[in-house]
Design a binder for this molecule. Structure first.
Ligand code: PEP
Ligand code: MN
Length: 320
């Protein structure tokens, strides 16, 4: 569980949150960021009364990935321009996402494809957070990247290609921010869980797993989106698992049905690529939703979540 403090929250307000967490019998891990602080609550056994924390002065939002809430992470594949990021942030928030995604560094198969804006891209994400209050999830590809991303972002993404980059996992395990760990392109579920252990072993207990499809012999879709991984992981691990149907299918018209299916299968969240103009996207345009498609998906996902006793997490009001 993550308690996100408001921009400008005082040290006393942060300390109060820590004390209440400890009084409740859990461990508190403060995570100071460049813009604002978050406090991690470690050891959530599902009995934490979030309302005790929500009402404290200086608290903007209490986020639980893996509780009864289903979290939507959405945004473009890559951070491209200020306008594109801000517009993406506005539309995904409007539709009900609570976390903005977008890569400042992109792991591309070809070195001649767009590689991402790098650090200036992080600044654009920070601006989008300031404007919308959305949390930020973005990928770190190497040790320096983990440092820069963890300083700015709320969640550090480790991509599929780095799932078994064990030295990077150890560094990410010490970065002090929650980590979203994507399943490797040909990784088994057990290998995904063992990679998560690298993060946990370094003391980082805020780990979110992500099913994003695996390689298969079938060429009809980009990957084979393994929905089974969701109940299998829930059986084997206490860690939350979200689903990324954009990468899982690679095809825009398959993203919506598979996102719906993932929520029905018990996913703790969905990560969906959304762009104001997918046809102009510098990466993954073919699997990227138009804003109105994402809004429709969110309406459907709310109904599906409710049918299985869950609810979709709603975006916080902008703090600034
Ligand atoms: C992404 O999230 O855009 C990405 C590159 O994902 P993956 O590592 O799953 O390919
Ligand atoms: Mn992508």
């Amino acid at each position: 569980m993550l308690i996100v403090m408001r921009h400008g929250a005082t040290a006393d307000e942060v300390q109060k949150v820590i004390s209440v967490i400890e009084e409740m019998g859990y461990q508190a891990t403060p995570m100071p960021g460049a813009q604002r602080t978050a406090v991690g609550l470690v050891g959530n056994d599902g009995r934490v009364d979030a309302s005790r924390l929500e009402g404290l002065p200086g608290v903007q939002e209490v986020m639980t990935v893996g509780g009864t809430e289903v979290v939507a992470i959405a945004g473009p594949c890559s951070v491209e321009t200020e306008r594109q990021v801000l517009e993406s942030a506005r539309v995904v928030k409007e539709a009900g996402a609570v976390i903005l995604r977008g890569g400042a560094w992109k792991p591309r198969s070809s070195p001649y494809s767009f590689q991402g804006l790098g650090r200036p891209g992080l600044k654009l994400l920070a601006k989008a957070r300031e404007e919308t209050g959305l949390l930020i999830c973005t990928e770190a590809m190497d040790p320096d990247g983990v440092g820069w991303v963890s300083e700015m972002a709320d969640i550090v993404q480790i991509g599929a290609r780095n799932m078994q980059n064990f030295s990077l996992l150890k560094i990410a395990g010490r970065c002090g921010k929650p980590v979203l760990l994507k399943r490797g392109i040909s990784a088994t579920i057990v290998e995904l869980l063992l990679s998560a252990e690298y993060l946990l072993a370094e003391g980082n207990h805020d780990v979110i797993l992500c099913e994003r499809g695996v390689r298969s012999f079938d060429t009809m879709t980009r990957n084979l989106f393994d929905l089974t991984a969701i109940p299998v992981v829930h059986k084997l691990s206490h860690l939350p698992i979200i689903a990324a149907p954009s990468h899982g299918t690679g095809l825009r018209d398959k993203v919506i049905p598979m996102a719906r299916a993932a929520v029905a299968a018990g996913a703790d969240g969905i990560m969906v690529e959304v762009h104001p103009n997918p046809e102009d996207a510098l990466s993954d345009g073919a699997q990227t939703l138009y804003p109105d498609q994402f809004a429709q998906l969110m309406r459907e996902v709310r109904i599906i979540a409710e049918a299985i006793g869950r609810r979709v997490a709603e975006p916080a009001a902008v703090s600034a």
